[in-house]
Ligand binder design. Structure first.
Ligand code: HSE
Length: 476
């Protein structure tokens, strides 16, 4: 049987998991691909660092260059992480024409365009299944499984730490800070939680998926993102009362079919919804929304690519994705709705994704080809990310107001003048003369119009704290 030699960089959570999975299932992999993968060397930061699975000392070195440049190493797996030296490691391997496997979402988000071009220029492939949602084969599914579809909608719960915190906040009624502390103590959250809870990690993953789905490179600075630090028990309770659950959702949504000339590309579902809702839309969507649609129609294909806390209806399957699990909901114009669920992080789940890439890289070498579906097919050359001000959604708004006559009229006046419709209002009883939460659900409107209106509302003397706004997704 043909053999290939793997050089690994990184022997921590992911690297040692890959080493262990190869011990466990290397034979199975070989029987399926006809190629035996032999781990030649593993470059590590320190031989004695703690790791979930043992690696024999003789397998390890601290010289990554020695591993990459070793003429006996056929495939390189960069599992070290970070955006500094990791870029050099990958470029060095690609320049030698070696297939590279990476789990590094932050690096791909920042330098993906350059790295994929380098792979192409040097006649090899860069594989990255482990970079998004760990064990869920979402890269392969979007890249290959849905090659015959336009991906009109993709919704992802792609950060396990945030999902774990939001799940416990909902189920146990405790505040963010307390759950975070507890999650850190139990090792579910990092000591510096910012990458996760402020939305950066989800942004990296959603950017990669958006580039893949829409065939133009989505730069991270174009992606509007928000984390979950501002979510409170009050929001979670009122959302639940209204039939919703708060999730940190990555959204990739074709802006076509929302009133511009995109009908030719609308999904079956959209075409149906379009005929049902046209009249409703003209009633409920104000002039601000029509202005946004007109701007959109003048431009090329535009896509919403965002990460923010979102109210998901309790009747939608994504509302029940709990704890550290990830899920991705993909709608294609041919296939319709699909759902992927699994562990998005951890040694074993991520190792499963790396082994899948290893099979592909082994086959490339066996058949002496680099020809696979390109990672980023430029089918939407004029594509662009929709500016957040033009993104249209519904809204949950929480105000803290003085409970006295005329307050609601002042608030609704500002919203009405901005052509923003209110779909429901909740105000708990028994707070006369004191400050009280006032919850509003708003109809479809562009983010820009809502932000401006909320700024004005926040300046009213009867409003006692900055308005809180959480977007609502109804998956239509
Ligand atoms: N820290 C990430 C998460 C996993 O919590 O989902 C790695 O991207």
């Amino acid at each position: 049987m043909q053999q290939v030699n793997l050089g690994m960089i990184g022997g921590g959570t992911v690297g040692s998991g890959v080493f262990h999975a190869l011990q466990l299932n290397g034979g199975l992999l070989a029987s399926r691909t006809g190629v035996k993968v032999n781990v030649r060397k593993i470059a590590v930061k320190a031989v004695d660092e703690p790791r979930p699975y043992r690696i024999p000392e003789a397998m390890m070195t601290t010289d990554w260059e020695g591993v990459v440049n070793d003429p006996q190493v056929d495939i390189v797996a960069e599992l070290a992480g970070g955006t500094g030296i990791a870029r050099t490691m990958i470029l060095t391997a690609l320049k030698l024409g070696k297939p590279v496997i990476t789990a590094n979402k932050a690096l791909l988000s920042a330098h993906g365009e350059e790295l994929f071009a380098a792979a192409n220029d040097h006649g090899t492939n860069l594989y990255y299944e482990a970079s998004v949602c760990g064990g869920i084969p979402i890269i392969k599914s979007v890249r290959e499984g849905f090659v015959g579809n336009r991906i009109t909608h993709l919704y992802g719960i792609v950060n396990g730490t945030c999902n774990y915190i939001l799940t416990r906040m909902k189920l146990e009624g405790i505040e963010f800070d307390q759950v975070l502390k507890d999650a850190q103590a139990q090792g579910y959250a990092e000591a510096d939680p910012s990458l996760d809870v402020d939305g950066h990690d989800a942004l990296h993953k959603i950017g990669i998926l958006a580039s893949l789905a829409h065939g133009f490179w989505v730069k991270p600075e174009k992606i509007h993102f928000e984390g979950i630090r501002s979510i409170t028990q009050t929001d979670i309770r009122f959302a639940n009362q209204l039939g919703y659950t708060v999730k940190l959702l990555g959204i990739i949504k074709s802006a076509e079919g929302e009133g511009s000339k995109g009908e030719g590309r609308a999904t079956k579902g959209e075409a149906f919804a379009g005929s049902l809702t046209k009249e409703k839309r003209s009633r409920s969507i104000g002039s601000a929304l029509q202005d946004a649609s007109a701007t959109k129609a003048r431009n090329g294909a535009r896509v919403q690519v965002t990460v923010y806390p979102t109210l998901v209806p309790n009747t939608h399957v994504l509302s029940s994705i709990n704890h550290v699990f990830n899920a991705v909901f993909v709608r294609g114009d041919v296939v319709g709705d699909t759902l992927f669920y699994g562990r998005g992080a951890g040694s074993d789940a991520t190792a499963s994704a790396v082994l899948s890439d290893l099979a592909d890289a082994s086959l490339d070498l066996k058949f002496e080809t680099k020809h696979r579906l390109p990672p980023f097919v430029p089918h939407e050359k004029d594509g662009a990310v929709l500016p957040i001000d033009e993104v249209v959604s519904r809204y949950f708004v929480r105000l803290n107001v003085v409970d006295m006559p005329g307050v609601l009229a002042q608030v609704s006046n500002i919203l009405g003048n901005a052509s923003i419709g209110i779909s429901s209002v909740i105000q708990p009883q028994g707070h006369e003369g004191k400050s009280v939460p006032l919850i509003l659900m708003l109809h479809d409107a562009p983010n820009g119009a809502v932000s401006r209106a909320l700024k004005k509302i926040g300046e009213l003397p009867v409003v006692k704290a900055a308005p809180v706004m959480i977007r609502v997704e109804n998956f239509e």
